[in-house]
Design a protein around this ligand. Structure first.
Ligand code: ATP
Length: 399
């Protein structure tokens, strides 16, 4: 018994140490990464003091609007751009100034970048030929294995011009996978594909990444891709990190109005209000808030922005507290959901309801913003002062 207890204790200690190490190790770290371009005498700060800790085996999505610095960040990590300042660490080793081929990383680009004159077989194997001293047979074997993994064995003798966009993207993935890199870097790899293929490839890349367990940084401007693929997502704006976290955390608890508006589709509705005691005052309505919400506003400015997601708005049949009377002007049935557009104070807002229900244009309705679902942002800084609770997301298996 005593021996068992001792072994147990030892195991606990080992587990603790392993957890501590894996929690703090961070396979790829960006420390104050900054990239400034000189554009005809003007400084363009593409990436500004970026700090990120990407875990071993994680799929981290870098997302943000066009020009926010996603590709530049990725290119700095790959060594294709020289960082102006800051550090890039891989397994605690400073790789900031290493050449691309010394970094053990493989990059997949939006335009596939395949060699048009080479067969698929040669395209996939080319990297091995120039970076390893594997024999011709060994390289051939690895190409066959990679093609099998991606289910493109029958394309090996074709040229890129004979392939569809999806097939070309698979070849580009094959070329990256075969090198067995420490890190995958993917720059909008699915943008050139049609919507249906994009959805399929999204799942395939996720599956492949999970099976291989290779740390991956995936760049996209598409918030749906970010939400569905990322273990965590990092949202950038103007070269600066706005938030990094699990997708649902960013959705329910955005750090600021920018993240709130960027994550979620259709976008969150924003209404300007002022805070006055126990009420929020809009030009056209008064919204009574609980003492809990009043308390959360203690340090906020008087000017606030009320945020409510289209899917969280309720349509009330009869007069309810905090209801706002309006008219549904346009209806868009999507099947699964129906979007309705309505006006408050001359601005157009969106409500999304379950597609099972009918909503008619021209119907007068009472709109309700349930208090537990509203977000409030400081009108001056945009920082979130009230968010929704993450615990409100139920586990379907427990319901
Ligand atoms: P997109 O989604 O449109 O590709 P992005 O988020 O990837 O955008 P970057 O390509 O990283 O953005 O560009 C960030 C900023 O740096 C932009 O203002 C861009 O114009 C600028 N920039 C990028 N490359 C250069 C360059 N070689 N010279 C000068 N400015 C550049």
């Amino acid at each position: 018994m005593r021996l068992c207890a001792g072994v147990d204790l030892l195991l606990q200690i080992v587990n603790h140490v392993v957890l501590e190490i894996s929690d703090t190790m961070g396979r790829l770290q960006l420390n104050d990464l900054t990239k400034v371009f000189d554009s005809g005498g003007n400084d363009i700060v593409a990436v500004n003091d970026l700090n990120l800790d990407i875990r071993d085996g994680e799929l981290l999505v870098l997302v943000g609007p066009s020009g926010c610095g996603k590709s530049t960040t990725l290119r700095c990590i790959a060594g294709l751009e020289r960082a102006t300042s800051g550090q890039i660490l891989l397994y605690d080793r400073d790789i900031t100034h290493l050449k691309p081929k010394e970094r053990q990383m493989a990059m997949v680009f939006q335009n596939y970048a395949l060699y048009p004159h080479m067969s698929v077989r040669k395209n996939i194997g080319y990297g091995l030929k120039i970076t390893t001293d594997l024999s011709r047979e060994e390289r051939g074997q690895r190409v066959e294995e990679t093609a099998e993994l991606l289910e493109i064995e029958d394309l090996l003798d074709k040229k890129p011009s004979d392939l569809s966009g999806g097939q070309q993207q698979r070849v580009a993935l094959g070329r990256a996978i075969i090198r067995e890199p420490d890190v995958f870097l993917m720059d909008e790899p699915l943008s050139n594909l049609d919507a249906k293929l994009r959805t399929t490839m999204r799942t395939e890349i996720q599956q492949l990444q999970q099976d291989m367990g290779i740390t991956t940084i995936y760049v996209t401007h598409d918030q749906t891709e970010a939400m569905t693929m990322g273990d965590r997502i990092a949202i950038l704006d103007g070269g600066e990190l706005q938030q990094v976290g699990e997708p649902l955390k960013c959705y329910h608890q955005p750090t600021n109005q920018f993240v709130a508006g960027f994550i979620g589709s259709p976008s969150m509705n924003f209404l300007p209000v002022t805070h006055d005691g126990e009420t929020l005052e809009h030009d056209t309505f008064t919204y009574t808030i609980s003492t809990e919400t009043v308390d959360s506003l203690a340090d906020a400015s008087r000017e606030l922005t009320l945020g409510i997601r289209p899917e969280h708005i309720q349509l009330a049949e009869s007069d309810r507290g905090n209801a706002i009377e309006t008219t549904i002007q346009v209806v868009e049935p999507m099947g699964e959901v129906t979007y309705g557009y309505f006006e408050i104070g001359g601005e157009t807002y969106t409500v999304s309801i379950d597609g099972e229900y009918r909503m008619e244009a021209g119907t007068q309705v009472d709109i309700v913003f349930p208090e537990e679902k509203i977000h409030l942002f400081d009108g001056r800084t945009g920082a979130a002062v009230k968010n929704t609770k993450l615990e409100a997301v139920a586990d379907p298996l427990q319901v």
